[in-house]
Design a protein around this ligand. Sequence first.
Ligand SMILES: NC(=O)c1ccc[n+]([C@@H]2O[C@H](COP(=O)([O-])OP(=O)(O)OC[C@H]3O[C@@H](n4cnc5c(N)ncnc54)[C@H](OP(=O)(O)O)[C@@H]3O)[C@@H](O)[C@H]2O)c1
Length: 333
Amino acid sequence: MTENTRILLRRQCEGLPEVEDFEVSSGPMPEPADGQLLCETIYVSLDPYLRGKISGRHMSGNILPGELMVSEAISRVVQSNHPDYAAGDIISGFTGWQEYSAIDADTVRRIDPSLAPLSTFLGILGMPGLTAYAGLLRLGEPKAGDTVLVSAASGAVGSLVGQIAKIKGCRTVGIAGAPEKCAWVTDVAGFDDVVSYRNTDLRAELDRACPDGVDVYFDNVGGDMLQAVMERLALGARVVLCGLMAQYNEDGMPPGPNPAWTIKARATVRGMVVYDHEDLRAKMVEDVSGWLADGKVHYLEDRAEGLAEAPAAFTRLMRGQNVGKAVVVVGSE
Ligand SMILES: NC(=O)c1ccc[n+]([C@@H]2O[C@H](COP(=O)([O-])OP(=O)(O)OC[C@H]3O[C@@H](n4cnc5c(N)ncnc54)[C@H](OP(=O)(O)O)[C@@H]3O)[C@@H](O)[C@H]2O)c1
């Protein structure tokens, strides 16, 4: 334990991120101050919002060239300078793309490893899980029998939205890209139907899968996909605007869907920000870990092995080439 490998942002990304936008750096082991924990990283989370931080337009703050890539990670406490934690505890915190970190104990969350596999606390039991749970149940207000449609349906957020909707008695339809993602969405995650937007007429496919229109649309993509769904809203529909995969790599803001569709369906459109729903986290972990144990919920992970692979894995995520929650395996459990 003499050196700490870290991944820094080397330069601003232009459009799609490239591996060369990042650099590996080696530094001394961090020294934990009073109230801090020295942590050894096990899993690093890769999430689309990091692209917004690099562009300087995410509400959680920026990452500037030369700075450590900061994201959430699951770590083991190696040394504790705080009375509430001991060596061996498992925590999640914003420790970033590095092997070791020193972090204030009052900014981390304790993980119960007996509940579920550790990496799920970055996916369906973590921030993406809370996004799906709160976004669907609190903002989407699904009712039994509703047709619930969700884009990026094989990802951590989208897959859980569909599976919770199914548990609540809804008819669930996912939108996904590659054939293996589409197959997983119906065959493993148990969605009633899936719409592929690759090499197909998206609007015709939506008409086929949602013949009575869409009661709840959970939108992870924006762009023309959002426009196409808005044209098919059922009366009184709820639209949860959650993500903008179609535009994170763009400089400007494209024009949005015409408000005529919202008016025609008397729809409610709500913006989702996960930070507003922290009060639901404990209930989410209780419910989702229970459904996971009962086999009612499944998840997919896209694992990269080794910290040095984090940049390549991130470039794949921002191209939509990840198959499931993107995590980097940094250390052993
Ligand atoms: N509002 C909030 O508080 C909040 C919190 C967490 C996450 N989010 C958002 O939720 C969404 C899903 O997040 P996640 O972590 O679960 O990611 P994810 O679904 O694992 O990965 C993103 C997926 O988006 C799809 N996609 C569709 N169009 C794309 C395009 N033009 N470029 C790239 N990918 C495209 C791809 O799947 P297909 O190939 O199957 O389409 C890709 O795999 C993201 O938009 C994220 O920003 C929002």
